[in-house]
Each structure stands twice: as structure tokens, then as C-alpha cells.
Design a protein around this ligand. Structure first.
Ligand code: SF4
Length: 397
């Protein structure tokens, strides 16, 4: 037996939160804005994949304005991928000096050699193949594939992720490349030029949709942005993860002069600041004073017994994962030394006038004005053409 049939009302389809039209509108507005108002950048004036790749690597942890002189200088020294592959690592690190995060330069160099040896000197055009090269993570491989080879992929750096998260009101959790965010990005890309779309996404994130204070009233995609329409404070989305404080490392560093020569060592190639030159020194042990630490470290590292002549000062320096406080001392030799190595490091007397040609970590460069004063030599010119200044503010290594 069947009961009375219930009458059905008209079916009400709830609007989907992100209908395909939103992606279409967003993509169209984004690219139209970019074609009108893109900033002029040297890496946008080239179609050379190598030059585009260098820019992408440099821009990963460096702001655009800071990156510009380093980009020009690096390409001046290594105009082609073949030039970079041929160069010894020390020259590459020297050309990178000041740009910080030297791991990027080491990987750039290793990848150039791999491209020369395995790909006949030409960068692969496919994102998956690029990802097999040293230093090519999901972001870099996609950005190079899209910008240099027009591949239909979306490169999701922090800027692009933030913009897409806000426009489509999606929280970027989980692996970014399989997330709904990437799907929305691809839908917005549609059949638009991949280079313009990806560059536009990054530039919108830098100029308008900044992490803490987005400029929504001026934003060219404001009309299609859900965060703008639905949230009281678009800048609070996506929620930021609480950041722990960087650990602090305290160390002592010794500068030993012999005439106008300094005792310096080159760090092992693999690891933090690999291949860069520095003065001997190391971390303070529990309860140890900086003076005692420098004497102990110097003996352990170089085999030399020294005495502390005087304290030169303190260098504060930020690295990506920790902050260091370096107590710097001028030393005098005690007796003769046996040449010694530690952790694969060798020590050599470097004439003062040659120090400028070595690749130095940022913290070591901050100590050079003290050496200048001791030696009484004319001010050293840094490779960037800027004069070394007495330490003041922390800087990336
Ligand atoms: S409207 Fe505001 S939140 Fe939305 S994309 Fe533009 S700047 Fe970002």
C-alpha cells in the first residue's frame, strides 16, 4: 500500500561557494591588470630559461628590490648556463655574496652542471623533469616550466597561495599541490598565457594582497574576492601559524694577524655556509666565558695556542633557523703551530688585500671594519661596490 504522495516543492539549488565563473572572472581580471600595470623587471625582458631560472632562485628568499643588483651582478659573471657550469664553486659563492642563503647558489651550480652533463646544456621544459634537478622543488620547477616554457601549471609560492586562499576562501592546508587551491588556480589559468598568469599572481601578492595588510580597496580583483566580501579582516586569513622564537647561539671568534695576513679557513662544502671563508671560532660551552671559548676553539680548530689581546666587539646575526651572537677578539700567537684541520677545514694565512676576493658569510663581513682599523689599510670595497660598515643591524647570511 502506498501512502498519499507528498507534494514536492521546487528544488532549491544552493549556490556553490566557488562556482566556475568565479575562477574565470578572477583569471581574466588578474591577467588584464598585469598586462596594464606589471612592474618592469629585467627577468621579464628575457625569454632565456637560464636567466628566468636564476631570477626565480634569487627571489625565493630575497625581496625584489634587494634582488635586482645581485641578479645583474650574477649574470654579468655567468651570462650563460655553460659559464655557470664551468665555474669553480668558490667563484659562484663569491658572486652570490650578500644575497644570502648560500645553499641556493650551491644548488644552482650543481643543477647547471647536471643540465650540462645530462641534458646537453638545455634546461628541461617539463615541471616533473625539472624537479629531478638539484634545488628544484615543486615551486621552482613549476615556475620555470610556466615562465620559461609556457607550460600550463600554477606555481604556488607563499604569495600565490595567499592570494588564491583569499579569493576563493580556502584554507591552504595539506600538500599544496593536490589541494583545492591548486585546482582553483588551474581553473583560473584556463587558456590564458601561463607566464603572465603566474607572474601576475606573484605580483598581486607582493603589491596588494600582502600577508598582514592587504590593500583591498585598491586591489584589481577585489570584486571577485571572497575574503574581501565575506570577512571582516581579510588580512587575518588564512590563519597564521604561531612561530616559535629562533634559538640563539652564542659563539666566540678569533682574529689572528701576522703582519697584514689573517688566519682564515674555508668551511666544508656541504652544510651551513658551505665553501665560505671565516675566522676560527665556535660555540661557547656551558658556563664558559667568551674569552675561554675563543682560546679553546682556536686550539681545537687550528692547533695553535693563542692569547687574547682584546675584545673587538659583538656581532649579532640572523640565520634562517637561529640567531647568533658572536664575541669577536683580536688574538696574539703563543709559540709555533702545527697545521691542523677540523671537520675537513684547512687554515691558511690570507693577505688582507685578498680577503675581498673570497666568498665570506655575512657575519664575517661585519667583522672586517675592525680588521681594517687594526691594519690601517684603506677601506676595503665589497664586491657590490659598497663600503663595509661597522656592525649594526643583523642581516641574512
Ligand atoms: S581584495 Fe584584498 S584580500 Fe582579496 S585579493 Fe585583493 S588584496 Fe587580497
Amino acid at each position: 500500500m502506498t501512502g498519499p504522495r507528498r507534494r514536492r516543492g521546487p528544488t532549491l539549488a544552493l549556490p556553490t561557494p566557488n562556482p566556475p565563473q568565479r575562477a574565470e572572472d578572477f583569471g581574466a581580471r588578474l591577467v588584464a591588470w598585469f598586462e596594464r600595470e606589471a612592474m618592469d623587471r629585467p627577468w621579464r625582458r628575457t625569454s632565456d630559461p637560464y636567466r628566468i631560472w636564476v631570477a626565480e632562485v634569487l627571489l625565493q628568499q630575497t625581496r625584489v628590490e634587494q634582488a635586482l643588483p645581485y641578479y645583474e651582478r650574477f649574470l654579468d659573471r655567468f651570462p650563460t648556463l655553460a659559464d655557470l657550469a664551468r665555474a669553480p664553486l668558490g667563484r659562484v659563492l663569491k658572486a652570490w655574496e650578500g644575497a644570502g642563503y648560500y645553499r641556493r647558489a650551491r644548488l644552482l651550480h650543481a643543477a647547471a652542471r647536471q643540465v650540462r652533463d645530462l641534458h646537453q646544456g638545455k634546461l628541461p621544459s617539463d615541471a616533473e623533469e625539472l624537479e629531478r634537478l638539484p634545488g628544484f622543488g615543486p615551486y621552482t620547477s613549476r615556475s620555470v616550466a610556466a615562465l620559461a616554457f609556457g607550460r600550463r601549471v600554477v606555481a604556488l609560492d607563499a604569495n600565490a597561495l595567499r592570494v588564491l586562499a583569499r579569493v576563493f576562501l580556502l584554507n591552504p592546508e595539506g600538500p599544496a599541490l593536490s589541494s583545492p587551491i591548486e585546482e582553483r588556480g588551474l581553473a583560473a589559468l584556463g587558456d590564458r598565457p601561463p607566464r603572465a598568469f603566474n607572474e601576475a599572481l606573484m605580483e598581486l601578492g607582493q603589491r596588494f594582497c600582502t600577508a598582514r595588510a592587504p590593500r583591498c580597496p585598491d586591489c584589481p580583483v577585489a570584486e571577485v574576492c571572497r575574503a574581501r566580501r565575506e570577512l571582516p579582516q581579510p588580512g587575518d586569513f588564512p590563519p597564521r601559524k604561531a612561530r616559535g622564537r629562533r634559538p640563539r647561539v652564542e659563539a666566540a671568534v678569533g682574529i689572528l694577524l701576522e703582519g697584514d695576513r689573517l688566519l682564515m679557513g674555508r668551511r666544508p662544502e656541504h652544510g651551513l655556509l658551505g665553501g665560505l671563508w671565516e675566522f676560527p671560532g665556535g660555540k661557547l660551552e656551558d658556563g664558559e666565558t667568551p674569552e675561554r671559548a675563543v682560546v679553546r676553539e682556536f686550539r681545537e680548530e687550528t692547533g695553535r695556542r693563542i692569547r687574547v689581546l682584546r675584545r673587538l666587539g659583538i656581532v649579532e646575526h640572523d640565520y634562517s633557523h637561529f640567531h647568533s651572537t658572536l664575541h669577536v677578539f683580536l688574538l696574539g700567537a703563543r709559540g709555533t703551530a702545527t697545521s691542523s684541520t677540523k671537520e675537513g677545514r684547512s687554515w691558511r694565512w690570507v693577505p688582507w688585500k685578498e680577503v675581498g676576493s673570497l666568498a665570506l658569510p655575512g657575519a664575517t663581513r661585519k667583522m672586517l671594519p675592525w680588521v681594517e682599523r687594526e691594519i690601517g689599510a684603506p677601506p676595503r670595497r665589497a664586491a657590490s661596490g659598497k663600503r663595509s660598515r661597522a656592525p649594526r643591524r643583523p642581516q641574512d647570511a
